[in-house]
Design a binder for this molecule. Structure first.
Ligand code: NAD
Ligand code: DAU
Length: 341
């Protein structure tokens, strides 16, 4: 099987590439990534000399580049490539539409032309919007995205659906909750807490800290996608989540305690605009139809994750150098009443 993985130098994509090469000894992976600020070849260092992995630096929204890649012969596409950070989508929405909506359409068109056997769109629970205190997102929940990021992901989901309905392209859409684990860019909550706490910097908590996210260890997400590739019913959506809802303040306190850092580092700051209150996934369909179960619980997963970041502090320093500091100033400067540091 020849897999085209897009965004395979990012957080989940790189974990997925490593997972698939390990789990399927005869699969070949073409890994296409534009290497934006979030893409990092260092994540793939351990497979540098693996002849079953080929990396190509390319933009999914570039028709010519994608045509050339698909012409090499691809069986299955797994599309991770995206602008993925909600806060950045509030600061600059346009690139989200270009990559997430237009980029996905370019891939779909190439997938149709070259008659691939499966197109898996890696989407997100954020397309469903925000939950009240009760209930869970199912695959039938209407799409009600609230941020430019989630709206762009919902837009790409609708295009994927349309290519299935109109052109019979064999597709699946997966909608997963918040991931955590190795190689996550430190703009996202858990690595942000770890990185700032290690430098004794204040930890910015948006609003009242009581927003809820449903956390899943990244490898459990990768295994779910593997199952969807092989067993997913064409045209179907699969929700992915580990029944692991936590308030943000609980996450912050847990990580600080495990690092032996004082809770006095916590700083409540101005809320994120349009901040979704609660996400919670009902993964029943994935569990009953495809036999998926998460292998990690939050207590062990977060310990392993913290240990990974403690052992990879140079990785964290390297990815945060350069333009990331400009983003930190823009995002946190005014909120924290200083440079954001
Ligand atoms: P990430 O930001 O870490 O990685 C995204 C990757 O896409 C980067 O390597 C980047 O260089 C690449 N990329 C961006 N624009 C590109 C373009 N035009 N062409 C080619 N490559 C491009 O994101 P992530 O957290 O790994 O998320 C991966 C996917 O999973 C996204 O589609 C996201 O919406 C989805 N998702 C993420 C989570 C989560 O908790 N992180 C949860 C559910 C779904
Ligand atoms: O639910 C899946 C989504 O999870 C993915 O689709 C997104 O790509 C991914 O980034 C993530 O989105 P969130 O917005 O939930 O993740 P983030 O890590 O940015 O924030 C998690 C929660 O923590 C959210 O309620 C906002 C809050 N937060 C975040 C940051 C960065 C803070 O309180 N302070 C912060 O500095």
């Amino acid at each position: 099987m020849k897999l085209l993985v897009t965004g395979g130098a990012g957080f989940i994509g790189s974990n997925f590439v490593l997972y698939m090469l390990r789990e399927h000894p005869n699969y070949e992976i073409i890994n296409v990534d534009a290497l934006t600020y979030a893409g990092n070849l260092e994540n793939l260092q351990s497979i540098e000399s693996n002849s079953r992995h080929t990396f190509i630096k390319a933009d999914i929204a570039d028709v010519k580049q994608m045509e050339n890649i698909f012409a090499q012969g691809i069986d299955v596409v797994v599309n991770f490539a995206a602008e993925s950070h909600v806060d950045r989508s509030i600061l600059a929405p346009d690139i989200f539409v270009r990559t997430n909506v237009m980029g996905t359409q370019v891939l779909l068109e190439a997938a149709k032309k070259y008659q691939i056997t499966k197109f898996v769109q890696v989407s997100t629970d954020e397309v469903y919007g925000s939950l009240g205190p009760t209930g869970l997102f199912t695959e039938e929940t209407p799409l009600m995205p609230n941020s430019p990021y989630s709206a762009s992901k919902a837009g790409s989901d609708l295009l994927v659906r349309a290519y299935h309905e109109t052109f019979s392209l064999p597709v699946n859409i997966t909608r997963c909750s918040n991931n955590y684990g190795p190689f996550q860019f430190p703009e996202k909550l858990i690595p942000l807490i770890i990185s700032r706490a290690l430098n004794d910097e204040a930890i910015p908590v948006y609003g009242d800290g009581l927003n809820i996210r449903d956390w899943l260890y990244v490898e459990d997400h990768c295994r779910a996608i593997d199952l969807v590739i092989h067993q997913g019913k064409s045209g179907d959506v699969y929700n992915i989540g580990g029944n692991n809802e936590r308030t943000n303040i609980h996450i912050v306190e847990t990580v600080l305690q495990q690092l032996g850092k004082p809770l006095s580092l916590i700083r409540y700051v101005k809320d994120r605009l349009g901040h979704d209150r609660r996400y919670g996934i009902d993964p029943t369909k994935l569990e009953t139809e495809l036999g998926w179960k998460p292998a990690h619980n939050f207590e062990t997963g977060i310990k392993e994750t913290i240990t990974w970041y403690l052992n990879h502090q140079e990785w964290m320093e390297r990815v945060q150098s350069g333009t990331y500091q400009d983003y930190v100033k823009l995002q946190y400067g005014q909120r924290m009443g200083d440079s954001g540091a």
